[in-house]
Structures are given as C-alpha cells and as structure tokens.
Design a protein around this ligand. Structure first.
Ligand code: MN
Length: 249
C-alpha cells in the first residue's frame, strides 16, 4: 500500500509527523504539505501563479500552496509515485460541524476523494494536544479497517480524536455533523500608521451538539467518524425549488 499524507498546519507540524509515522508502519508514505500554516484554506486552488515544491527530506515535499494544491500535485505528477489512499492531518484543533466547510484538513482529503482515492481527514480535538499516541492508534485502526472496507464513491471520512489517554477512549462512533452558532464578529484594530486592520473572529459555540453529533461524541470520550458526502445537493428540496422558481414565460 502507498499513502499520500498532507495537512493544513504545514509540513513542520507535529500532527503531520504523528500521521506520517503511523502511516509508515502500514505503507510506503509520501508527504506533500504546505510550506506554512494554511488552516481555513478550504478547497482553494492556486491558479494565478505557479507552485514550487521543495523536497525538505526524502519523500517529504513542502509546497508554497494550499492543502488542495498539495494533494492535487501529489496525485497528478509531482513524482512518479502513485498512491492508494490519501490521509490528511493530524490537525491541531477539532474540525466539527460547520468547521468542515472551512477546514484545509478536510479539503486535502476532499481533493484526494475527488481524484478517486479513499481519503480520511484526522483532527485532534485540542489546540495543545498531549496524547499523540492516542491519535496514532486511531490512524492505525482506521487505515487497517479501510483495507477491507471500501468507502462508497463521493464519500470521505472526517475523524476527530479526543485528546485523552488511549485507555480512556470509549471507542469509535459514526456521527453526523453538528452545527455551530454564527462566528464571533470580526475584530478591528489599528496598524502603526493608523489604518484599520481586521482579525476574523472565533468560530461560534455549538448550537446542535446533541446525541449523534460529532461534537457530542468527542466531548463524551469517543472518536468521532463522520462520513462526508461530496454531493452537497439538498435532494429533498429539488422538486419544491423547481416549483417555486416557476415558469420564465
Ligand atoms: Mn489546521
């Protein structure tokens, strides 16, 4: 098996090291990751300038682009090496509920899935993770299970890991996306020359975090595994949408 590893925290992230090391126990690994943190990059591609890739160490490439750029390059011609699976992470910080739409970690897996590969995004539910050993065990378990369980087309897995000792993990739960309240307002400050500058505010608190959600699983000591559908169509309202759009005549 050959595994392509990427992330959005940059190629020097300890989370990437944890994921790549765990993957190397199972397969041949190539790492293609951003040369700096690109959290929140979502599915963006760099189309207005060329990309450069530097082999930081054998089999580890740092790219001056987004997570999506990295996986795209890694799967379509950076090297002659092919891949069987794409893994992303391990992100420092959870990707729960609507975080998924902004996440570069999930986006790297999404790009893998779009290009036809089984893909999994991993995140640690802490901004100061301590239990990397727990995360490594989760990676090993999920990848081993994927070897004989094919994901359906258009589907990737978003895995969130509680930052607790492995002995305290209750197990793995298949979950649905919860939802957050709208994010905090933008924070306005002033630069040294008196011009306004802005920081994007914090993500909102949980709004839908009940039983069955990714939020609930992680908060209760479970590893949350959300199957994500790349088809964002709301199939249930297709007919009613066509009805209210009406006739153009
Ligand atoms: Mn990140």
């Amino acid at each position: 098996m050959k595994i392509l590893v990427s992330n959005d925290d940059g190629y020097l992230s300890p989370g990437l090291a944890c994921l790549a090391d765990a993957a190397r126990e199972l397969a041949e690994v190539m790492v293609v990751a951003p040369d700096r943190e690109r959290s929140g990059a979502s599915n963006s591609l760099t189309l207005t300038r060329p990309l450069r890739a530097r082999e930081a160490e054998p089999g580890v490439y740092a790219v001056d682009g987004t997570p999506t750029d990295c996986v795209h390059l890694g799967l379509t011609g950076l090297t002659a090496q092919r891949a069987d699976v794409v893994l992303s992470g391990i992100n420092i910080g959870a990707n729960l509920g609507d975080d998924i739409l902004y996440s570069g970690t999930v986006a790297a897996a999404t790009e893998g899935r779009y290009l036809g590969y089984p893909a999994v995004a991993f995140s640690m539910a802490s901004f100061a993770p301590r239990h990397w050993d727990t995360a490594a065990r989760v990676v090993t378990h999920v990848v081993r299970r994927l070897e004989d369980h094919n994901l359906p087309g258009n589907t990737l897995l978003n895995v969130n890991i509680p930052d607790i000792p492995w002995s305290e993990v209750r197990g793995m739960r298949a979950t649905r996306m919860g939802r957050r309240h709208p994010s905090e307002k933008v924070i306005r400050e002033t630069d040294p020359r008196g011009h306004p500058i802005y920081w994007i505010g914090q993500a909102g608190a949980e709004e839908d975090a009940g039983e069955g959600t990714d939020f609930h699983a992680v908060a209760s000591g479970w590893v949350s595994v959300t199957p994500i559908n790349l088809d964002l169509t709301r199939h249930g309202v297709l007919e009613s949408t066509e009805a209210w759009l009406g006739d153009v005549g």
